[in-house]
Design a protein around this ligand. Structure first.
Ligand SMILES: [Fe+2]
Length: 219
């Protein structure tokens, strides 16, 4: 059985990730809960499958993807480190062999630092999946008047497509943004650091990062 068949169903995992999302909501931030965990797992799988990684590597990376923000149940600050420790306890309780736990844990602890995302192809894939989760679904506020710039940017994104072109070694991200809600400039104001993460992670995977907004190529 794959670890990804067990871990996302574990009660502790569900409680902690749900709490992380509640903490974010209380701070007025965008969604950081089960939806995000699943999205990052699915997109990580897509990237690694297309690059023909082994089933075992994909399972390790998907499991780490699901857990990557679990530390936000404690606090956003240093969540990658607290998340690694929480995950260690949960994975140990599930009797996952130590050698596999210590394949999963570093992917969690390294996912949030541009210097460490290049430690492995697996964490690079997680980083791309995490940093490209820009979506209207992540906006929790109902009142447009209460939106901050992050809400505007997420809410404006109506389509988010990621593809890998193996022949030309390109990863292509195509966003559709409603510019009545958010200008392209505002997008970059907030998400320039995410672009940097994607560029570095793609390089680790032997790909170039190609970025389109409303069919215009920015990178
Ligand atoms: Fe995340």
């Amino acid at each position: 059985m794959n670890y990804y068949d067990i871990v996302p169903k574990n009660d502790d995992v569900l409680v902690y990730i749900t709490q992380a999302d509640k903490n974010f909501a209380a701070l007025g931030y965008t969604e950081q809960g089960i939806r995000h965990a699943k999205y990052v797992s699915d997109r990580t799988e897509k990237i690694l499958k297309e690059l023909k990684f082994s089933e075992k590597d994909i399972d390790i990376a998907k499991t780490a993807s699901f857990l990557h923000d679990i530390g936000c149940a404690i606090a956003y600050k240093d969540h990658e480190q607290s998340g690694a420790q929480i995950s260690y306890k949960i994975l140990s309780k599930l009797n996952i062999p130590k050698e596999d736990i210590f394949k999963i844990i570093p992917l969690i602890s390294m996912h949030e630092d541009p210097q460490t995302i290049t430690i492995s192809e697996l964490v690079a894939a997680i980083s791309i999946a995490d940093k490209t989760d820009v979506s209207r679904d992540r906006v929790k506020k109902k009142d447009f008047m209460l939106f901050d710039i992050h809400d505007h940017v997420h809410y404006a994104v109506t389509e988010n497509i990621l593809n890998i072109q193996l022949g030309t070694k390109q990863l292509v991200l195509e966003l559709t943004i409603d510019t009545e809600i958010c200008s392209v400039l505002e997008y970059f104001e907030i998400f320039m650091s995410r672009v940097d993460f994607c560029k570095k992670s793609c390089a680790k995977l032997g790909l170039s990062f190609n970025f389109y907004i409303n069919k215009i190529k920015y990178l």
